[in-house]
Ligand binder design. Sequence first.
Ligand code: DAK
Length: 258
Amino acid sequence: MTYEMILIETPAPGVGVVRVNRPDALNALNGQVTREIFDALDTFDRDDAIGCIILTGSDKAFAAGADIKQMANTDAVTMMMGKDFTDWTRLRRVTKPIIAAVSGWALGGGCEMAMMCDMIVASETAKFGQPEVNLGIIPGAGGTQRLTRAVGKAVAMEVMLADRRLTAAEALGAGLVNRVYPVETYFAEAVKLAEKIASQPRIAVRLIKDAVNKAHELSLTEGLDYEKRNFYLAFGTEDKTEGMNAFIEKRPPQWKNR
Ligand code: DAK
């Protein structure tokens, strides 16, 4: 498939990168950009050679939000019915881990898209914000829920009501991001993390991602029951046999991803 607004890279074994490439608009996410991102994520998700995906932008901007120029002429009904802005749930259906490698602006939908990923590796220049209130709207792709769960109510309120922008250090302290590195190295560090994850047994990785995401949605009892079912499923895999035999025989495991 050919893309116009994203770049596809495979910088290390098992690692697929989707890079937003709309520099003239600070990677603002219009319909075409989001469609291309989700198509590329789906393609990597189906590709047996890929075990972990990185979603990134440029050093200057992960994404400065959904495209305001596109949204300016969109009414409520069009927004509700339209594919461009309602299709973001596609990202949640990706079964492989996604790392957001964030540098520069991650505002509005950019911040929300990073939070929809499974982990965030940031550069020291990253700035996270939900400035929708300045436009007379509210976050519409999960900001009020995911940011609040990540950083707590008080900080989330300030970010969304007063347009406070969190620095990378603040985001790290608040638990929004996993790691912060200098801008020169954050992407390479994200690739290293992705390569490590891609080298793990794929079915176990998938079951872990699935169960951890349920922690945000289910009660503790339901979540523990859900985890248990994934745990039993892991016991039905060849990788479980291989992993335990390898440990006992003091040798590295050879994963079959079966
Ligand atoms: N949309 C369109 N163009 C944008 C943009 C955006 N969000 N952000 C920046 N640009 C464009 C600017 O218009 C400018 O283009 P030209 O004028 O040169 O043609 C170019 O990028 C450079 O921007 P600036 O000249 O403004 O650069 P500065 O360094 O001075 O400022 C900035 C950088 C990031 C602080 C500033 O550009 C800014 O405030 N941008 C807007 C940030 C923002 O308000 N973002 C939130 C948008 S609302 C949903 C899914 C998603 C959403 C909602 C629902 N569903 C699935 C239902 C998301 C909504 C949003 O994100």
